[in-house]
Design a protein around this ligand. Sequence first.
Ligand SMILES: [Zn+2]
Length: 398
Amino acid sequence: MCCACRDYAEPMNSVPKTVRDDSAGDAIREVDPAEALAQQQATALLLDVREDDERAGGMPSGAVGIARALIPQRIREIAMDPVQEILTICGSGKRSLLAAQTLRELGYANVASVRGGFARWQAEGLPIEPGELDADSSERYARHLVLPEVGVAGQKKLLSARVALIGAGGLGSPAALYLAAAGVGCLTLIDDDRVERSNLQRQVLHTDARIGTHKTESARIALNALNPRIRLELHEQRVQAANVEALIRDHDVVIDGADNFPTRYLLNAACLRLNIPLVYGAVHRFTGQVSVFDSRRADSPCYRCLFPEPPSAAEAPNCSEAGVLGVLPGVIGLLQATEAIKLLLGVGETLAGRLLCYDALAARFRELRLSRDAACPGCGSHAKFEGYEDIARICSSA
Ligand SMILES: [Zn+2]
C-alpha cells in the first residue's frame, strides 16, 4: 500500500462517511477543525492518529500523537477518564472516524472526529506544532520513515552524518548519488581530476556537457539537483601524506573509491589513527570486491591485513589499462553506500571481517572470511606508525 493512500487503506465502500455503532445506534460525531480547536482549548483531548512518519512533518498544536493501531494498548496512559472528551484527527478525516469508533468500543463515550483531517486543519491556518522533521524531509524520506529500522530517529542520524568519499569516479558516483538521495547530511567529495569522455561509460555523476569540468564541481551540480538540502564539501585535491588526516577528520564513515594504491594505504592508516570505519571497494574487468574495515571493533581487520604490502604496478593494472565493465562500479559502489548507511544507522551486520566478491560474468557473489592479522603492518601488535610519508614511500617503491 502506498503511504499517500493510507486514508484509503480500508476498502472505500467499508468506510462510510459516518461510522455507525450498531450497539449504541449513534453515528460518530464529526466536528470542523475550527470547532475542534475551540473544544481542545476548553477541555477536549485532540488525538492525532496518523502514523509516526506522517506526524514527523508536524501536527496540530497541543495534539497527542498515537498511531491508530496503538490506540487499544496505549489510550489508558493518555486518557484515564472514560468521560474525557476526545477528538480524533488523521490525514483527511477517514481514519479518525475509525479511531473514534475504536475509542467508543473501548468505553469512551464522548468522542468526535475532525472533518477533513490535518489537511483541512492546515488549509484553515490553524496552529501547528512543527514535527521532528520539516515538511520537505518528512515527504522526501517517507519511504525511510515507514521502515522501523530507520524511522524518524534513523533519518535524523543520517541527516546529521558526515561521509567522506575519496574519488568522484566509478565507485564514488553511485555511492554519492544514493547517499545524497538517502539524506546523508554532509558529503565530502575529494577528487583532483577533471571529467573526461572515457569516464562517462561508468561515472554517472558526470555528463557529456561537463567534460573538462572538475569532477567535484560536476558532482556538485548532479547532487544538488537530486537533493538540494544536503551539504557538500568539495576538495579538488589528491589524497596525500600531508593532507589525508585533515581531509577525513570529523567524518563518520569514509568510502574508498580510489583508483590507486598510495591513496588506499594512506586512507587505511588515517582511518586506523582517527578510528573511522572505512568502506573499501575495488573493481577489475568483470569482478569487484567490497569490505568494511572498522577499527572501532577489536575483531575487525584493516586493509593491510588483506594486502600487507602494495603490489607492483605490473601486478595491479588500473582500470585504464585492464578495462572495466561499465556497470560494475555501479554494483560495487552501491554496496559501499549500503554499508555506509548501515554503519550510520547502526543496523544489520556490516561486512567487517568479510570480503564480498562479485563476478559479473558468472553472476555470482562469494564471501571470504577475513580475520585480523596479529602480524599486520597496519594494525598488528608490532605495527609502528612512522608517519604518512613513510606509507607513501612504501607505495612508490612497490
Ligand atoms: Zn591490519
